[in-house]
Design a binder for this molecule. Sequence first.
Ligand SMILES: Cc1cc2nc3c(=O)[nH]c(=O)nc-3n(C[C@H](O)[C@H](O)[C@H](O)COP(=O)(O)OP(=O)(O)OC[C@H]3O[C@@H](n4cnc5c(N)ncnc54)[C@H](O)[C@@H]3O)c2cc1C
Length: 823
Amino acid sequence: MSIAIPFIALLLVGAIAAYHRLRLPVWAALSATVLVAAWMLGANGAATLVAGLLLALVAVPLLLPQIRLPFITAPLLKFYTRILPTLSETEQVALEAGTVGFEGELFSGKPDWHVLLDQPRPMLTAQEQAFLDGPVEQLCRMTNDWEITHVLADLPPEMWEFIKTNRFFGMIVPKEYGGLGFSALANHKVIQKLSSISSVVSSTVGVPNSLGPAELLMHYGTQEQKDHYLPRLANGREVPCFALTGPFAGSDATSIPDFGIVTMGDWNGAKVVGVKLTFDKRYITLAPVATLIGLAFRMYDPDGLLGDKRDIGITLALLPRDTDGVEVGRRHFPLNSPFQNGPLHGREVFIPLSQLIGGEAYAGKGWQMLVEVLSIGRSITLPSTASGGAKIAAVVTGAYARIRKQFGLSIGRFEGVEEALARIAGNAYAISALAESTAAAVSRGENPAVPSTIAKYHCTEMAREVIRDAMDIHGGKGIILGPKNYLGRGWQATPIGITVEGANIMTRSLMIFGQGAILCHPWVLKEMKAAALPDPDERLREFDRNLFGHIGFAISNAVRALWFGLTGARFGKAPGDSYTRRYYRKLNRYSATLALMADTSMLMLGGKLKFKESLSGRLGDVLSNLYIASAMLKRYEDQDRPVADQPLLAWAFHDAVNKMEIALSGALRNFPVRPVGWLMWLLVFPLGRRAQAPSDRLGHRAAALLMSPNEARDRLADGVFTTPCATNPAGRIDSYLAKVILAEPVERKFLKALKTHNIEALSFSAQLDEGVREGWINGDERRQLEELREMTLDAISVDDFDSEQLRAGGVAEPQESLRREVA
Ligand SMILES: Cc1cc2nc3c(=O)[nH]c(=O)nc-3n(C[C@H](O)[C@H](O)[C@H](O)COP(=O)(O)OP(=O)(O)OC[C@H]3O[C@@H](n4cnc5c(N)ncnc54)[C@H](O)[C@@H]3O)c2cc1C
């Protein structure tokens, strides 16, 4: 045994040093000290000597740059340059555009939780709050979603007017240009509230405040362009749209075939240099009513009017709607959610160079401009829309499940329904934390490239699950469309959010981990930059510094992953209170695991990793769920650790952890290099997969929160439109909940009496008469039961129509843009 002691001691010191990320000299000194101590305490001398030699063999070359640089680093640099993923210009631009916030900690394998917890609580200014309580509330009250989606297929004129005059289109425009100058957080809250009553209204307001003319002008516009256009965009004199997508360029937006040829032309009576544009765009939101079109096209200068470059590249321009040759006005019909959306065409449309966004100086920089600001809008519009939809679906489905009775019980009491309700509650909690935290990151001045893709993907996916469960719980009530239906349109519109701003399959499989692995990883980008340095000496030195940092990092993550796996992450430094500390510890485990998996995948697959979309997607799921769980914990802290919210937090947290383990096990079982996958399994799951879906008991507690008024439910509903008015059936049903619960004991008493007294009266009012006559209920209780009946009827009733009313108003004459172009 004493022979093994020096080697065991060496291994233990190595593991401890790796776990705590001690520096190389510290590890070497500690190891040497421990060996000496072991020998003095009686360990076998020969064994200690061998262990010491082993230590020297590893430590000396690593510690001496004279040996390390030529004999270790230089060959590794050669190998690295060979496996280095080649980055396209597009990817390079995307990487350089984003900032790294807390998500970088998740990739570190040892998150510094203070980076997250020290972030200020997201707060609105008094003006922003007043806008939410005033114009936003009023706009919600003006909204009649059925009229918008079925009768008008548009917002009524008074709503357009209200939106413009109250500067809803200018939320992001700075005050000096007449806009509201709101923070991203306020933008998020406005969209969230509007989407809880109508997705048509929220997209109409969301798009001008997302990626488009205003955002681009603020960042790149010339002073003249800003002075002219921003005030007009802020007060709605100009309605903008932004046209990138066309029939031949969807997800692969850089391949747009739309072109502009630099040439001389007439503009306002003068001969000027400009571009002649030919384009065919589709799916463009607000295009049919837009007065100012932001257009992306590829610019060519065949005659060299601007210089030597013939293919100048993707360029962005502003086209007034009435420019000669622009064809606009027809509409698409996106899944019964008739926000203004349609195609745009132009043939040889001339505009001067002064209409290029940023002027001639920005010609050819269009893609970079788009990517640089893309994350801002992507962090807000769709996550906020999903959040508003999920929150209102959660509260109204909870109320409905209590009010609607079958087999003599509220349907929410049945375990099957409870399961779906729990999913709604947990998902809504997660969505709202994720959407708010990403908006808050933008408010802090970050350009959260990776969190914006996580928020876009997961908020829309979880919202799809919420609305699916809500529809199932509502049964026929959710299916029959009409003014009383508050779910059907949301259900129909859900795939829109999944598809736009980066279709979800691509976002998950290509972008989340793909960008995260390089942008958030503490070493990869530095190594790539070092390997690309022109000076060979500097290249070797810089690469050496980063490479050894990276190797230490990888060893540390392997040790940490194994340790946490063996101990079930029960130990280790973590913030939080006695309730949440175990959650932080679990996240420490999966952070180490993610970092380990990321390194192994990059090492094994190099540049091929980006084509391994299934692996990338699964690792993206791990990163995403780490981020979502962190956002929930931060929110729990920000709300002063409300005990009442614990079932929601716990459900959503266990769900996230379970999803991480499913993703990890999928990644390992399908790892492209099989033996590496098996080996990694031992490190990641030394005791097997342990995480479970949230338990039924927890689900019961989460579901119960939705079915009665309480502070956790109020917090979940915070920020959505629940005012009970004629055009807000969801708000009305929600408002009944407290009264329905109060009436339940009387109802039970009455039903029991009906059963036991063999009543002959069949109609409800006759039964009530008899109940009062016989003294089973008093007059007040009768009124209570009548009111309960009325509320229940309002909650469960659906619409019916004359055939005429259901017939579409206009004669449809579809005209397919692709076929037209080919013809
Ligand atoms: C209602 C609506 C509004 C819109 N508004 C605008 C607007 O205002 N302005 C504008 O410019 N555009 C707009 N768009 C366009 C939208 O952004 C595109 O629809 C989107 O980029 C996807 O393009 P596509 O529909 O052609 O799908 P495709 O690109 O054909 O994709 C089809 C499927 O393939 C998947 N896929 C593609 N490539 C990959 C890959 N490499 N890996 C994995 N999966 C992949 C996608 O995820 C998707 O699931 C809008 C679209 C809609 C439907």
